[in-house]
Design a protein around this ligand. Structure first.
Ligand SMILES: *[C@@H]1O[C@H](CO)[C@@H](O)[C@H](O)[C@H]1NC(C)=O
Length: 337
């Protein structure tokens, strides 16, 4: 081989934030043409933002292709190609294709630019150099910054199949969380005693303060039920959402559900979805000690600064009153616009 086609990962300024730093990947086989990520291999951004996944050729071989694929979370055995370039032309594929293009800041730049990020874009990506003999690749994680929340059916605890859990999250402006998202949420303070589906069909719950009623006196951690039957087993859901373009506001009146719907409408808004309330709580630090109706018929309130006489919360959280009778006029309304 005369030419040394080498892909290196450049760390420059992307709109996302580069976080993880891996110094000791001893177990990985040494690459000849590719360098290990120099500083980091994780890029973080919020829904709606644009991001660049860096990948740069060191020298330009006469014939080569670079293929970008999304590795996970997608079904095993299916290659999820986003874009292929031969240095002159580029072709986009799949659901990500329309929002993907090469950055092409310079001749050797094959970095992938993704615009208007969606929740589902979270995951691991591969930039692969194909020159016929010594194919090599680097992998980069795109982490969508967001918030995980538990979700229970209005019919009660443990009523959702996997498909229903997925649907329930979608209706709340969210996706079923990945294990990585749940794990991160746990490190950030999520403690929840009901088991919920994750996107991969496994069921877990995160515990920070071990207690007898929540799996006993084990160490703090993610309790796992492992993979469960997607149609026969029923659990709650762990949903994931990120930033929104709109914002949430509260109407401070005593309303029944129908009146709450109307009150938001009069403000040119609609009742907020649960994911939108969590997003406002997480990203805009919405703090309100009043229960308000949401679109799914639940009543909740978001607290970022726990205080006396406010639901007895000791940690910042969104508190739920469940699904009260829709005809009682006891609550305000959380609207989204
Ligand atoms: C993302 O990129 C598109 C097209 O390049 C641009 O129109 C849009 O304003 C950008 N969005 C953000 C949040 O920077």
């Amino acid at each position: 081989m005369k030419f040394a086609a080498v892909l290196i990962l450049t760390i420059s300024y992307f709109s996302g934030i580069c976080e993880a730093y891996h110094e000791d990947k001893h177990d990985l086989k040494k690459l000849h043409y590719l360098l290990e990520p120099l500083v980091c291999d994780e890029v973080t951004a919020r829904r709606g933002e644009n991001v660049t996944l860096p990948c740069v050729l060191r020298t330009k071989p006469s014939h080569f292709k670079v293929k970008w694929t999304k590795l996970e979370p997608t079904p095993r055995g299916v290659e999820n190609i986003i874009l292929i370039t031969n240095g002159h032309a580029q072709k986009q594929y799949g659901v990500l294709g329309p929002r993907a293009h090469l950055r092409q800041k310079h001749e050797l730049d094959v970095s992938l630019r993704l615009t208007d990020l969606e929740l589902e874009d979270d995951g691991r990506y591969r930039c692969e150099l194909i020159n016929g003999i010594d194919d090599e690749s680097v992998e980069i994680t795109l982490r969508i910054e967001g918030v995980v929340f538990p979700y229970q059916s209005k019919h009660g605890r443990y009523k959702l199949t996997h498909a229903e859990a997925k649907q329930a999250c979608a209706e709340q402006d969210a996706t079923l969380a990945t294990y990585r998202q749940l794990y991160r949420a746990w490190t950030e303070g999520l403690d929840w005693c009901n088991a919920g589906w994750l996107i991969d069909g496994t069921v877990h719950y995160p515990i920070l303060k071990p207690r007898a009623v929540c799996g006993g006196d084990l160490e703090p951690g993610i309790r796992s039920y492992g993979p469960k039957h997607r149609t026969k087993d029923h659990f709650d859901a762990f949903c994931f959402t990120s930033a929104t373009t709109g914002s949430v506001f509260f109407i401070d009146r005593h309303l029944n559900f129908a009146e709450a719907v109307q009150a938001c409408k009069e403000e040119g808004a609609s009742l907020a979805r649960v994911g939108q309330l969590y997003s406002a709580w997480h990203f805009q630090r919405l703090d309100r000690c009043d229960g308000g109706w949401l679109q799914d018929g639940s009543v909740r309130f978001p607290i970022t600064s726990p205080r006396k006489n406010c639901g007895g919360l000791t940690e910042p959280s969104v508190r739920s009153f469940g699904y009260p009778n829709k005809h009682h006029r006891l609550y305000g309304a959380y609207c989204y616009r």
